[in-house]
Design a protein around this ligand. Structure first.
Ligand code: F6P
Length: 367
């Protein structure tokens, strides 16, 4: 029977557990041996107790549990050739020739590097007697399937990533809660949300909660001009009788000179220019925790089924597949194209090509 493994990598998110559960159970239903790699790529490098055969019961109850019960890590060792050599040896020794990776763009980039040098890793393991001739022949090809688990929704080639909807839901609840105390005290709040270099969480939270203003990296406001813009909006809304002012800031927000827009600076402007009693709230990791929402459970489950199908259908001449979600359909395309497109967004921002960055991000903002 076919043997494949699944691991979760990078920052966790709600929906990784449903993804692992579905891969394990669908894989077993298809007659495969399914392994869970614990602690992300670190577990793959370390091997031993970190690589465990999963059975139907191993994942019982995981559909509604946040985070990832097989653990995750941001692994430095896998970035080295030595680390990847050890990872390859561990896969061969367990008879695993296919790997499903659920993680962010960094984790998926690492996965594709691993696959592209697989041939040379196998050759080196053979020449140093770490594997046998027979193993080298049997494991001449590695199948990698990527699926994106990230609250940031920062991956190109997919409309939404696993965990983003749960995160957004949680952020909305928090902003609503802040809203009641803000209204009571007639205060202003600057609320900083996660998202790394991507403004999706901030933008969607602003729409969903009716915030007064939002700062995102993809559409920076002119340095020296945003101060006037926020005061103008906050003042107008107050004149219309609003008792609260809510400004949402993506943690990666920039101005047009690519300087970070800091929550404390926004607070100071509102306090000094408008005399508003202003507080800063940084939501932090509360955004990543908690129960996956229904959408993430469904997205993770259907994408994992597609990932296992991709494992079963993969051939050595096919590029590594990337499981996405576009126009309400689970999709499959080349992993490397998705990674390259994602990097182009970051490049465009660094080159101050903001319209281009927004166009490349378009699927994520279109919904
Ligand atoms: O990529 C997910 C994310 O939560 C980002 O939004 C955030 O910048 C980062 O991870 C935080 O990382 P850590 O949990 O390692 O502090």
């Amino acid at each position: 029977p076919k043997s494949f493994a699944i691991l979760t990598s990078g920052g966790d998110c709600s929906g990784m557990n449903p993804a692992v559960r579905a891969a394990v159970r669908y894989g077993i239903a298809k007659g495969c041996n399914v392994y869970g790699i614990y602690e992300g790529y670190q577990g793959l490098v370390d091997g031993g107790k970190y690589i465990r055969k999963m059975d139907w019961k191993s994942v019982r109850g995981w559909l509604s549990v946040g985070g990832t019960s097989i653990g995750t890590a941001r692994c430095m060792a896998f970035k080295t050739r030595e680390g990847r050599l050890s990872a390859a040896e561990n896969l061969v020794k367990h008879g695993i020739d296919s790997l499903i990776v659920c993680g962010g763009d960094g984790s998926l980039t690492g996965a594709d590097v691993f696959r592209s040098e697989w041939g040379s890793l196998i050759a080196e393991l053979l020449s140093t007697d770490r594997i046998t001739d027979q193993q080298a022949k049997t494991f001449s090809h590695l199948t990698i399937v990527g699926m994106v688990g990230s609250i940031d929704n920062d991956m190109a080639s997919t409309d939404i990533t696993i965990g983003a909807a749960s995160c957004l839901h949680r952020v909305c609840e928090m902003v609503d809660s802040i809203g009641t105390t803000a209204s009571s005290h007639s205060r202003a709040f600057v609320i900083e949300v996660m998202g790394r270099d991507c403004g999706w969480v901030a933008m969607m939270a602003a729409i969903a909660t009716g915030a007064d203003f939002v700062f995102i990296p993809e559409q920076p406001l002119a340095a020296g001009e945003w101060q006037e813009a926020i005061c103008d909006v906050a003042h107008r809304h107050r004149e219309m009788g609003k008792r609260k002012t809510v400004i949402i800031v993506a943690e990666g927000a920039l101005d047009s000179s690519l300087n970070p827009v800091k929550s404390e600076d926004i607070k100071n402007i509102l306090t000094e220019r408008l005399g508003l009693d202003t507080r800063v709230t940084i939501l932090g990791h509360i955004q990543r925790g908690g129960t996956p929402c229904a959408f993430d459970r469904i997205l993770a489950t259907t994408q994992s089924v597609a990932a296992v199908e991709a494992v079963l259908q993969s051939t050595p001449d096919m590029p590594s597949p990337f499981i996405g979600y576009v126009n309400n359909k689970v999709t499959s395309g080349p992993l490397m194209d998705a990674v390259a497109l994602t990097h182009q967004v970051a490049d465009a921002i660094h080159k101050k090509e903001f319209d281009r960055a927004m166009q490349l991000r378009d699927p994520q903002f279109r919904q």
